[in-house]
Design a protein around this ligand. Structure first.
Ligand code: HEC
Ligand code: CU
Length: 487
């Protein structure tokens, strides 16, 4: 009996010891990663808020402070793509919503305003909040009302915020998300440029590029089949003319968020390597990465130095989203070449293994242009042209001829095409390269020659002219033949 009691005592002691061990390790973690909320804050400031791709300056005070945030919800119709409108629900008038920057330990006094012209109640769920719904319940308001709540920014990190009013998916799908950065009190190491980039999807009644006002399509959202996947709220919002700009030798920090509502982003920058990534926007850092996953409702902070000039493409490497649905932003790096890092094309020469011909896009069956062709009617040309267009041109110029901002010029109402004396015949026969101006936008890219016979070229051009608003008319195979022989 005695020995049993002794063993029992040891047993209890062991349990206690393990328990204490567990408790103490828990306390260390909590101390390390969260903040003592009893610590005082001194003074107060109004937060500077910015629209993408801009990031507010860091708060310079050495101590924690009260940060007052005023955010206004505005429902408004804006551009989603060229010729395409959408009624967005916004935090601050743009999609994504305003960027908010505070520090770990700051007390955030949040004021949410629902504009009186809005149709619906809204609220905000900030992932940076420790508290029910991230502030959702505390901030739910009807149009024409304001709500106020405060929270202590306990954990550092880059956090998504979004509306959480039912149906939540629909509020997010209509544009209600943004980022809040909770920086360590001492701040992140300085870099030359900080940018705000946020990916998200739009589920529209019409297909990608279909003109006019588009409505939200619930079925597509349920099926996770968006026609638009975009960076910073619209096709081309931060590319082409709107690209971010830096100089060779400068360092860049990207605050990348994913509003979803459904898709996970395989975030990649074509032409750079991430020197450092704060994985999922937290404190864990990884180095030397090509692609980092950004979950829906999550983020990443990515840093790199720009050693050589050129245009960097920020994409979701689920790549059809980037080149066919809009998930593309650009950073233009200007400055001197650095041939020690990258030479550019050193030379180009003809490569002709036996039996091959000059590089061109082959359509498979090609007939000789000497062949006598029976001319077709307008209807026949349009029907044949549509199929041929989809096979040979759609990959770059898009199904509806919209092109891709900054990369492939539009064929819809193209002043460049309309000004060509040959109606575009030689562009198809010979290809095109060098700088051109289409409807005021510059392109400098390469279109390879497309190998098609006279009859096929005539059908495609008839289709492009009639269907894409370049003036009507029937283009004949004989005309194509004439231009081909001129060359
Ligand atoms: C591999 C991508 C690609 C394919 C395929 C392609 N193009 Fe192009 N196209 C381009 C690029 C790039 C340019 C601009 C070239 C430049 O910058 O000089 C261009 C320019 C044009 C232009 C003149 C600019 C404008 O917008 O009016 C026309 C017309 C045109 N393409 C028609 C066609 C037709 C018709 C087809 C199919 C037979 C086709 N393209 C296939 C990439 C492509
Ligand atoms: Cu809402």
């Amino acid at each position: 009996m005695k020995s049993f009691i002794a063993n029992f005592e040891i047993y209890i002691a062991l349990i206690l010891l393990t328990g204490i061990g567990l408790l103490s390790s828990c306390a260390t973690d909590a101390e390390k990663y969260t903040l003592d909320y009893n610590k005082e804050v001194t003074g107060e400031i109004r937060a500077t808020l910015t629209d993408a791709p801009l990031v507010p300056p860091r708060i310079e005070a050495k101590h924690n402070t009260k940060v007052i945030v005023e955010l206004e919800i505005i429902e408004k119709t804006m551009r989603l793509a060229d010729g395409v409108d959408y009624t967005f629900w916004t935090f601050g008038g743009k999609v994504p919503g305003k960027f908010i920057r505070v520090r770990q330990g700051d007390l955030v006094e949040f004021h949410l305003h629902n504009h009186p012209d809005n149709m619906l109640p809204h609220n905000i769920d900030l992932h940076a909040v420790t508290g029910p719904g991230g502030g959702a319940e505390a901030s739910l308001i009807a149009p024409g009302k304001s709500a106020q709540f405060s929270f202590r920014a306990l954990n550092q990190g880059l956090y998504v915020y979004h509306c959480a009013t039912a149906p939540v998916g629909m509020h997010i799908a209509n544009g209600m998300y943004g980022l809040i950065l909770v920086e360590p009190l001492e701040g992140f190491p300085p870099v030359d440029h900080e940018f705000y980039v946020m990916q998200s999807e739009f589920y529209t009644t019409g297909r990608f590029g279909e003109k006019g006002h588009q409505d939200f399509d619930m079925q597509k959202a349920l099926d996770e089949r968006p026609d638009y996947v975009v960076m910073n709220g619209a096709v081309g919002a931060s590319s082409g003319e709107n690209a971010m700009k830096v100089k060779v030798g400068e360092t860049v920090r990207l605050y990348m968020g994913n509003g979803g509502p459904n898709l996970v982003s395989s975030f990649h920058v074509i032409g750079e390597i991430f020197d450092k990534v704060y994985v999922e926007g937290g404190t864990l850092t990884n180095h030397d990465l090509q692609t980092t996953l950004v979950p829906a409702g999550g983020s990443a902070i990515a840093e790199f130095k720009c050693e050589v000039p050129g245009t960097l493409h920020l994409v979701d490497h689920s790549i059809f989203r980037a080149f066919n649905k809009g998930a593309l932003a650009q950073i233009k790096v200007v400055g001197d070449e650095n041939h020690k890092v990258f030479t550019g094309k050193e030379k180009e020469e003809v490569y002709l293994p036996e039996g091959s011909s000059i590089q061109s896009i082959s359509s498979g069956k090609q007939t000789s242009s000497d062949e006598v062709i029976e001319e077709k009617t307008l209807e026949e040309r349009l029907a044949a042209g549509k199929i041929l267009y989809n096979q040979n041109c759609m990959a770059c110029h898009m199904e509806l001829g919209t092109g891709i901002a900054g990369t492939f010029p539009p064929l819809v109402n193209s002043d460049y095409l309309q000004a060509l004396p040959d109606k575009g015949i030689s562009v198809i026969l010979n290809g095109l390269q060098g700088e051109i101006l289409v409807n005021g936008e510059k392109f400098n890219n390469i279109m390879p020659a497309v190998s098609l016979n006279d009859d096929q070229v005539a059908s495609i051009l008839t289709y492009i002219h009639n269907n894409f608003d370049n003036g009507d008319g029937l283009i004949k195979a004989a005309e194509v033949k004439e231009w081909r022989n001129k060359k």
